[in-house]
Design a protein. Structure first.
Length: 641
């Protein structure tokens, strides 16, 4: 009974028609390998757009790929008949029937007689009653076929998958018996004599199917399908998170508009409606774009998952021949689907809503006709991003913040850019202070613990790392919403969705955002006070007193070392071009590297009026950055121009 339930759960999705949501009835598959009932796909074809049918084809109901029939397709009413039968699905349906004790004698069915099957021919893949099983052995062609009982088939896991006939697509009444190695195609003997006469290497399928389930290319394709499915799922998650951020940004913008409305309510009424309509329009355009990207990714994922289910089924329940057949079908289409996925993922861009309120409030009613302007950001970049040579540009100091200057070492602060705010921390005074983008003080929050670092969660929340705590703070109200007790002490903190990455001297740890528990740990030789992560498995950190490494999927991407000029690395960040910046604490400099880890220049921190650089943080997709000093507690806002 347990075996029956397991098989049912494993096969039910594969054996369900995506149109009628019932078990397949005469399963037919398309070139994209999606399968449908013959009647369902016929109805779909006839109801499809006339323009598509005029081209001699139709779109797949799942992936929307245009399907062209070979040669002269004839009228659309006959197209479903021309599609090949999915023999793998039929075989799996037979297995499902057997496990449900529903199998009847196939031979008797031809005479419209329903008799319970007791035996199964592993060669013909047909079930027989007692009498028909005896008759089956009377014919010379089937004399030596292996026949087992239905009960034995139910109780013996994998018996079904060790047998099975696969019929030729070109000649549906003939079984596949040979394999052309020149064209990597299994076929029947008739195909071999007609289409493969000039091929030099044609052999029996028994020879090439031996060990096919454990063959390197089978395993590699299975792993590749799993990886592609995971990649698409990850991209879909990014899109979902992006939609949430867009909603948050929209809410924050409206909140800011409403706060401005208090002092100029009469004149704002008209402009408020205009800016909100503009906001909703741009928001709708962005969300529609994200939905369109998600739809395309979902379609690709559906295709990959379908292929993966086919592979899983072949590996678990199919015969070697069935596995070979499906393997060749999928391999032939692997490059095409990989290119489609690569092209689709390369087009994905993270979008944002950005509101810039006007500065001039004096004589507002006479001088202004709008609250501000709305722009969209793709991959975080501003539409009017100035052209700056980030590797050779001159560095200018814009502002020096006074957030509680320290008197000794360990007086450092940290900072981030968030929406329309700059948020800074000061360790000695245990505060986080909010400024607007023009460096004007707005508000502050006294913290229960000394802050070590600060990171963005989304456009409405940020987190402050304080010893062994993570404080989740609302950016509008500047109130602590949640306090997360972390199982390890740390210095550096970065949110990577859905986890945090924390660093302290010899360890880089991944922390669960809900429980605060340590999920994983990477140990270095020391000096790993801070890390910069582009993703959960893509990060930069110091590994000793003069070396910084980039790690990708637990492997070293590059190693940068400069023992004479990089001493005690601390803060690490990356600008919008991918250039890397490392604070040399004891060497009193900033090392700028290319994204490949090659040195661009070494910048002395005396340029910024500080002596012990601690943390560097860039404004997303901007030439502006914050730099903090451990000795004085200064936080300097600079730009490269």
């Amino acid at each position: 009974m347990a075996t029956s339930i397991a098989v049912k759960d494993e096969l039910s999705e594969l054996l369900t028609c995506p149109i009628c949501l019932e078990t397949f009835n005469v399963p037919k598959y398309l070139p994209c390998l999606h399968t449908f009932c013959q009647s369902c796909i016929s109805t779909f074809i006839l109801s499809s757009d006339t323009k598509e049918k005029d081209k001699g084809g139709f779109e797949c109901p799942i992936c929307r790929k245009l399907i062209h029939l070979k040669g002269n397709p004839g009228v659309p009413e006959t197209w479903a008949d021309q599609l090949p039968i999915n023999h793998l699905i039929i075989s799996m349906m037979d297995l499902k029937d057997i496990t449900r004790s529903e199998k009847v004698c196939n031979a008797c069915q031809l005479s419209n007689v329903s008799k319970k099957a007791v035996s199964w021919c592993t060669v013909c893949c047909e079930s027989y009653c007692t009498e028909c099983a005896k008759d089956h052995r009377k014919f010379r062609m089937s004399l030596h076929h292996k026949i087992i009982s239905i009960e034995e088939l139910k109780s013996s896991e994998g018996v079904f998958g060790k047998s099975g006939i696969v019929f030729c697509d070109e000649h549906p009444v003939k079984a596949i018996e040979v394999f052309c190695e020149d064209l990597s195609k299994p076929c029947c003997t008739l195909c071999a004599t007609i289409y493969h006469r000039k091929c030099e290497s044609v052999t029996t399928v028994d020879k090439v199917t031996t060990g096919i389930k454990t063959a390197t290319r089978t395993i590699e394709l299975h792993k590749k399908l799993q990886k592609l499915s995971q990649d698409i799922a990850s991209s879909l998650k990014v899109g979902k998170n992006n939609k949430t951020e867009i909603e948050t940004e929209s809410t924050n913008i409206i909140s800011e508009i409403d706060s401005m409305k208090i002092n100029i309510i009469k004149h704002l009424a008209r402009m408020e409606n205009e800016i909100k309509e503009d906001l909703l329009t741009k928001k709708g355009e962005i969300l529609k774009s994200i939905d369109n990207e998600a739809m395309e990714l979902t379609s690709l994922k559906c295709t990959i998952d379908n292929w993966k289910r086919i592979m899983d089924t072949c590996l678990t329940h199919g015969s070697e021949l069935q596995c070979l057949t499906e393997l060749n079908r999928l391999t032939a289409k692997k490059d095409e689907i990989e290119n489609s996925i690569k092209e689709t993922l390369s087009k994905l861009k993270t979008k944002s809503l950005i509101f810039k309120p006007i500065d001039a409030l004096k004589n507002f009613e006479n001088n202004e006709n709008a609250l501000g302007s709305l722009t969209t950001s793709i991959s975080g970049s501003m539409v009017h991003m100035p052209s700056v040579n980030m590797q050779a540009g001159k560095i200018e100091i814009i502002h020096v913040f006074d957030v509680g200057i320290g008197q000794s070492r360990n007086s450092f602060g940290s900072g981030i850019f968030l929406c329309n705010s700059i948020l800074l921390t000061n360790k000695p005074s245990s505060r986080v202070v909010k400024f607007n983008r023009e460096c004007v003080y707005q508000s502050e929050l006294k913290l229960p613990h000394e802050p070590y670092d600060i990171t963005k969660i989304d456009n409405s929340k940020f987190a402050v790392g304080a010893t062994a705590h993570i404080l989740i703070i609302d950016v509008i109200s500047m109130q602590i919403k949640t306090t997360l007790k972390v199982s390890v002490s740390f210095w550096g903190l970065q949110y990577t969705c859905p986890d945090y990455i924390v660093a302290h001297n010899r360890n880089i740890s991944w922390i669960d955002e809900s429980s605060g528990k340590e999920l994983n740990r990477f140990t270095t030789n020391g000096q790993s006070y801070y890390a910069h992560a582009s993703g959960k498995n893509d990060y930069l950190c110091a590994v000793d007193a003069a070396t910084v490494c980039k790690f990708v999927d637990e492997k070293i991407g590059f190693t940068y070392t400069c023992s004479s000029q990089l001493i005690d690395p601390r803060g690490i960040d990356v600008d919008y071009e991918g250039n890397i910046y490392i604070c040399g604490y004891s060497s009193k400099n900033i090392h700028q590297l290319t994204k490949e880890g090659k040195l661009v220049r070494i910048i002395p921190v005396s340029t910024f009026g500080i002596s012990r650089p601690w943390i560097i943080r860039f404004d997303k997709n901007s030439n502006r950055f914050l730099l903090t000093d451990d000795n004085s507690g200064k936080i300097v806002l600079c730009k490269i121009c």
